[in-house]
Design a protein around this ligand. Sequence first.
Ligand code: 5RP
Length: 223
Amino acid sequence: MDQNELKKAVAAAAAQHVKERLHEKFVLGVGTGSTANAFIECLAAFKHDIHCTVASSEGTKARLQALGIPVMDLNSVDEVSVYVDGADETNAQLQLIKGGGGALTREKIIAAVAREFVCIADQSKYVSVLGTFPLPVEVIPMARSHVARAIVMLGGDPVYREGFVTDNGNHILDIHHMHIVNPVALETQLNQITGVVTNGLFAVRPADLLILGTSEGIRSIKA
Ligand code: 5RP
């Protein structure tokens, strides 16, 4: 299977995982990116059984609404039953780098509210040490240079994602050349820089379940 087929396979497995758990008060969190889009396509088959979703980006919200699936504001729901999203990298502890698509802040908020966070990824995303994929940091626009200088002090190489504005009206710095041996410590450190909205390390709140597409089949890995 090529990468695209693996994405479709993990999306289908996640859709089945959700389908088996649906009930009247079930709230589904839906992520952003090409793997999450494959998951949304799988939802079409049982869309009438899905009463409520929350979306991690405006793009995902539009895709769900185009299928006729109800999307609610996160403030209107008490909790998210299951949140399904892709990742740019994952390690064996299910700590992630996310935000390649720039939706990291809303993704992290939904992950924080979710009872179960299911990550779906093809095998190319599975790494021993996080950091080969540039780590995204969402910043308040006026703080961009200040945050970039602070990242350099931490040993990173921040690159401004030019021409990109997040759904929250902010900018992204992508940190290159970080060998992230302690993801929890770095996530916490980055969040303490004034002007940082959030960063794409999902280590304080990792995924609970990884559905990984490999050439040998689908692996389910629990934290
Ligand atoms: C978007 C994300 C995505 O989950 C991540 O970039 C993976 O995307 P894809 O499934 O297209 O490889 O974090 O902000």
